[in-house]
Design a protein around this ligand. Structure first.
Ligand code: SF4
Length: 474
């Protein structure tokens, strides 16, 4: 394993040993799953709107370079300054440059997964710039010094008691009250003062419309609107896949996203940002910047099979339904994107040397594929990444990093055995006779038998058992 590679297995074991964490996730996920199910009770409507949203995303990806050029042109016409970042370092440098020119000391941020990918907060703090997350979940996580555990609900791993305890420790004058309304009001008062004092506001982008140069941002707390309208400078960050062709492509996306994510028919706020404040207007920032991040996405785009990864609208539904994520929670992945989408996206942008374990953290049950509102074949992509991890020179960064001589010999032997009827009969007969004698501590069995009972072999092959029941060979 790469020395810097997060140890998913160890982190999962720690998460599984924490009953409060498991309880928090189970309760939250059960609630989200039932709310989502209520939204899509009409299966005909679900099938139709899902096909429409998938088609919108596929069409956008089919002409991505052209749409990105168009987006730059229309945004520029609207007065939005567009910046291109090949890497997260480039994106951070662009952000710092804008902040230095604005002489910024305080930044308020709305929710943005791309800035998590960039580790932007750490970069700004290192530069002496105060940065405050304004989404309530992100604010809690920032106060706790941890990272989001879910892409939509960053603090879902904590219950009210834990948040009350955190506020009591960190906020002056906080009372020890396990009361969600009280805690929200407390956070609102702190944040309100910061919105008014901030030099720069930052946000993500849910969809950027090439036709009109409009940045769409949906949210529930109004903090996104405050970040994008109150400070004199607004910087929006997006991955290059977030572009859509036309304004009419937005409704299917912003309808499916909250319904899939939290079971809401629509978010409380739908922001459509079309440029800085114009002469005579009373509010809005005087500068709007759009940072478009690549960070490996061009490479993903170049592969027709892996390209489907870029369809994602970041609803988080795949996490809520994943039997692995719902047990171990988001922090076990130690990644900006956890759960099923994380297992296919993060290895492609960070490389298989560091993230080769992620595609294996999957039972291949297909629940994420069934639930994904834009029909991403997550499990197929996961299978492909498992192959890429042991195949040097493939399409994915650090392809072959997990290649192992022993594993390759085992699979060659397996292939040879299955290619020859005689070898197959001999091997299965030997396994059925000797399998029960093999100790559970054998290296090849240990990973399985550490946490499970070793299965008992029947003592006869399946063919023998079938013949005994009168089923003829075919
Ligand atoms: S992969 Fe599908 S279900 Fe998962 S976050 Fe993306 S759009 Fe939502």
């Amino acid at each position: 394993m790469d020395g810097n590679a997060p140890d998913f297995a160890a982190a999962s074991r720690a998460a599984l040993a924490d009953p409060e964490l498991r309880g928090n996730f189970r309760r939250a996920m059960d609630g989200l799953m039932s709310k989502r199910a209520a939204q899509f009770a009409d299966t005909g409507e679900w099938t139709g709107v899902r096909a429409l949203a998938a088609a919108v995303r596929l069409r956008a990806l089919s002409k991505l370079p052209e749409l990105l050029e168009k987006l730059e042109e229309t945004c520029t016409r609207n007065g939005i300054t567009v910046h291109w970042a090949a890497t997260t370092d480039d994106a951070n440098a662009i952000a710092l440059d804008i902040l230095h020119k604005a002489n910024a000391k305080l930044v308020v941020k709305g929710k943005s997964m791309v800035t998590e990918e960039m580790h932007l907060n750490a970069v700004l703090e290192q530069d002496g710039i105060e940065v405050l997350e304004s989404d309530l979940g992100e604010y809690i996580v920032q106060m706790d010094g941890t990272m989001p555990s879910h892409i939509i609900m960053p603090a879902i791993h904590l219950n009210t008691r834990q948040i009350a305890h955190l506020f009591k420790r960190k906020l002056k004058d906080a009372e020890s009250r396990e009361d969600a309304a009280y805690l929200t009001d407390l956070a609102r008062r702190v944040l309100r003062a910061k919105f008014e004092a901030a030099d720069v506001g930052m946000s993500g982008v849910n969809a950027a419309v090439a036709e009109t140069g409009t940045l769409c941002l949906i949210e529930n707390e109004g903090n996104g609107r405050m970040c994008t309208t109150v400070p004199p400078v607004h910087i929006a960050f997006m991955g290059l896949e977030k572009v859509v062709e036309r304004l009419e492509d937005v409704p299917p996306v912003i309808s499916l996203l909250p319904r899939s994510a939290t079971g809401q028919p629509i978010t409380t706020y739908v922001n459509m940002i079309s440029g800085p404040r114009k002469d005579g207007e009373k509010d809005g920032p005087r500068e709007v910047h759009l940072v478009i991040l690549d960070n490996g996405r061009s490479g993903i785009y170049a592969d027709p099979e892996l390209r489907d990864t870029l369809r994602c609208i970041r609803c988080g539904a795949c996490m809520n339904h994943c039997p692995v994520y719902t047990k171990v929670g988001g922090h076990a992945y130690e990644a900006p994107y956890p759960g099923p989408i994380g297992k296919i996206l993060v290895p492609q942008i960070e490389g298989l040397a560091k993230r080769g374990a992620m595609p294996h953290a999957c039972t291949m049950c297909n629940a994420c594929v069934e639930i994904c509102p834009v029909k991403i074949p997550i499990v197929e992509i996961m299978g492909r990444l498992r192959v890429e991890a042991v195949r040097p020179g493939g399409a994915v960064k650090d392809g072959g990093a997990k290649a192992s001589r022993t594993e390759s010999m085992v699979w060659s032997g397996w292939a040879a055995m299955n290619a020859s009827p005689t070898a197959y009969r001999l091997a299965t007969a030997a396994m059925s006779k000797l399998g029960n004698a093999a100790p559970s501590s054998l290296p090849v069995l240990k990973e399985w038998t550490n946490v499970r009972t070793k299965p008992r072999f029947a003592g006869r092959t399946l063919h023998d058992l079938a013949r005994a029941k009168g089923i003829p060979d075919v």
